[in-house]
Design a protein around this ligand. Structure first.
Ligand code: FAD
Length: 348
């Protein structure tokens, strides 16, 4: 007798969950995605995808189709600033793709549904993530890291002239990336830390994203017209790298671990981990692997792919949050193209 395919449940309809859902539907696996929120919606993100993530989307046949929507643009030139100085302009070793998450997440959701996937909005999964259930529910909350609270902010703005396609502003309490999007908007996104009480972000976000008085960032954004509706914030971030094999659940994307945003690699890790999970889950659905075998195969592949990247990214992150480390990194980027290329490649 022919055995019917086992279905897979995915908890979380973000990039990782939807990409995995698409990959499984392309191979005929029945899939249900539970998404606690609704789409389209803005998410805190620098909104640029670097090389490896683009290749994963390409292998899934999604890259050219998404490009054809006209909703993304290529980025090659990035300029670095400290609070008061322009450090250097560098060319990305591989062009990045700049996209609005509002558009990308929604497009992936539609692709998943076109392929026959079932997407439940406003549906929060409260059960365990055991056999047949993949956790793609994004970053896990952490209250503080060595006495610091980390938070991220994002808003789109118009009327901002950039030097090049991307700008990175290194500040005493964090960093802010500016990314040119299709349609004339600029994404303004920052990661910050505070060792006191979390500020009122809904009221003070412009002050944080706009940079300190007298800074290069402040002058860059002096005429910016922010789109209030695009503002979003995330708090309680943990940047401590985690190993997939240490987790008892099958996880993809940031549910696995968060990479420091400065590398612009989180979306790539979401796409790549989803891609690594597809074949083992197809094996599970067909009855060739039991759940534990599928889960362990996915975890081992993710650890092999991401461990070094995560390690290098956390050194870089540590340096940027330390005044001396920031000065050293700034001077290395300014003086040495080999350092810049090496750091880019080591975190991808
Ligand atoms: C400040 C900052 C800047 C960044 N900049 C960049 C960048 O420039 N480039 C880049 O590549 N990456 C960047 N990232 C990282 C990137 O945004 C994430 O890596 C990516 O969104 C992770 O995708 P995900 O699908 O794992 O999680 P998410 O996109 O967070 O999706 C998880 C989904 O799960 C849902 N969910 C959660 N719990 C449940 C539940 N119990 N039941 C049902 N649904 C649930 C949530 O509603 C959410 O929709 C940045 C991150 C931050 C914080």
């Amino acid at each position: 007798m022919h055995r019917s395919a086992e279905s897979v449940t995915i908890v979380g309809g973000g990039l990782a969950g939807l990409t995995l859902g698409i990959g499984l539907r392309q191979r005929g696996v029945p899939v249900v995605v539970w998404e606690a929120g609704h789409l389209p919606r803005h998410r805190v993100c620098g909104e640029f995808i670097s090389g490896t993530g683009q290749r994963a989307l390409d292998r899934l046949g999604l890259l050219d189709r998404f490009r054809a929507t006209g909703a993304c643009s290529a980025a090659a030139k990035v300029t670095f600033f400290t609070e008061t100085t322009r450090i250097a302009a560098r060319t990305l070793p591989e062009p990045a793709l700049c996209i609005s998450r509002l558009t990308l997440d929604d497009w992936l959701a539609q692709e998943f549904q076109k392929l026959g996937g079932e997407l439940r909005f406003g549906a929060r999964w409260t059960g365990p993530c055991g056999g047949g259930v993949v956790r793609a529910s994004g970053r896990r909350a952490a209250q503080e890291a060595r006495g610091w609270r980390l938070f991220g902010l994002k808003a789109h703005a118009r009327n901002v002239e950039l030097e090049g396609d991307l700008e990175m502003h290194l500040l005493p309490l964090g960093y802010v990336g500016l990314c040119r999007l299709a349609g004339g908007e600029v994404n303004v996104c920052g990661l910050f830390r505070t060792d006191t009480k979390l500020p009122n972000l809904a009221r003070n976000w412009r002050g944080w994203l706009g940079g300190p008085e007298g800074s290069m960032l402040r002058s860059r954004l002096k005429d910016a017209r922010f789109d209030e509706g695009s503002f979003c914030a995330v708090t309680a971030l943990s940047l401590r790298p985690m190993s997939a094999t240490d987790r008892s659940e099958c996880c993809v994307g940031e549910a696995l671990t968060m990479i420091p945003p400065v590398t612009g690699n989180g979306m790539s890790m979401a796409f790549e981990s989803a891609e690594l999970a597809i074949e083992p889950l197809v094996g599970f659905s067909r009855g060739d692997l039991n759940w534990e075998e599928a889960r362990r195969t996915i975890a081992a592949s993710c650890d092999r792919r991401f461990a070094a990247r995560l390690r290098h990214a956390s050194w870089l992150q540590w340096g940027l949050f330390h005044p001396i480390g920031r000065a050293i990194l700034g001077s290395l980027v300014a003086r040495s193209n080999s350092f810049w290329v090496g750091a880019f490649q080591a975190t991808r």
